[in-house]
Design a protein around this ligand. Sequence first.
Ligand code: PXP
Length: 258
Amino acid sequence: MSANDNSYLRLGVNIDHVATIRNARGGDHPDPVRAARLAAEAGADGITAHLREDRRHIRDRDIERLKAEIGLPLNLEMAATVEMLEIALRHKPHASCLVPERREEVTTEGGLDAAGQHNHLKSYIAQLNEAGIRVSLFINADRAQLDAAVSLGAPVVELHTGAYCEAAFAGDEAQMETEFQRIAEAARYGAEAGLEVHAGHGLTFETVGPVAAIPDLKELNIGHFLIGEAIFGGLHSTIKRMRAAMDEARSGRAVVGR
Ligand code: PXP
């Protein structure tokens, strides 16, 4: 399976939490750009970074350096705000993923309400499209949200896999199956509507297999688990192992964790 293969599933490595650790002490170690370089060597297809309003992990300078120093496509996760739009238009990442953002949340807790915020999002998506930045909307696996993405002119959606992963973590197999079916159905519905469908949030070695096997998905974005697991296994080999788990699930050779 190669990156040119139509059935290939891309891996975007989210390096936010390398910056979280750096910021815990100040200074510049560990360097998220170094992590991005290593991710590229280990087989990542893209680098994902979320520039939050409060700059709790990734900072403006990191985005600048990721663009300048890393050859892989950069997926900038951002809230739909004037400040972030200006930053995206200045740095021209390969992609911008619009996410909901609340200051008090620990992580991105749910999908963007693309249907409810239609009028607010419209001009952001139009300006990003106009600048040649591929827009994606981070949404829950829900037909109304997929319909809204189409009508907003977003070419890509990323389905939130958090509820599926939480059910797995809780050992609730029935809920896991329900959430998994929701993701698979939404991926099919979105692909049929002409959207490129991605997925991510909370994925681990245990939960990635079934999601990676969904044929309508083109990309997974994975961060927290990879950075955490790297403490034990090293970043390079952890990413390689995730890449292998995705390839195996995709080719039907193995179903990890199910
Ligand atoms: N995709 C999006 C849109 C996200 O906001 C995040 C978390 O920043 C991820 C994927 C990655 O989630 P995790 O860090 O749980 O793997």
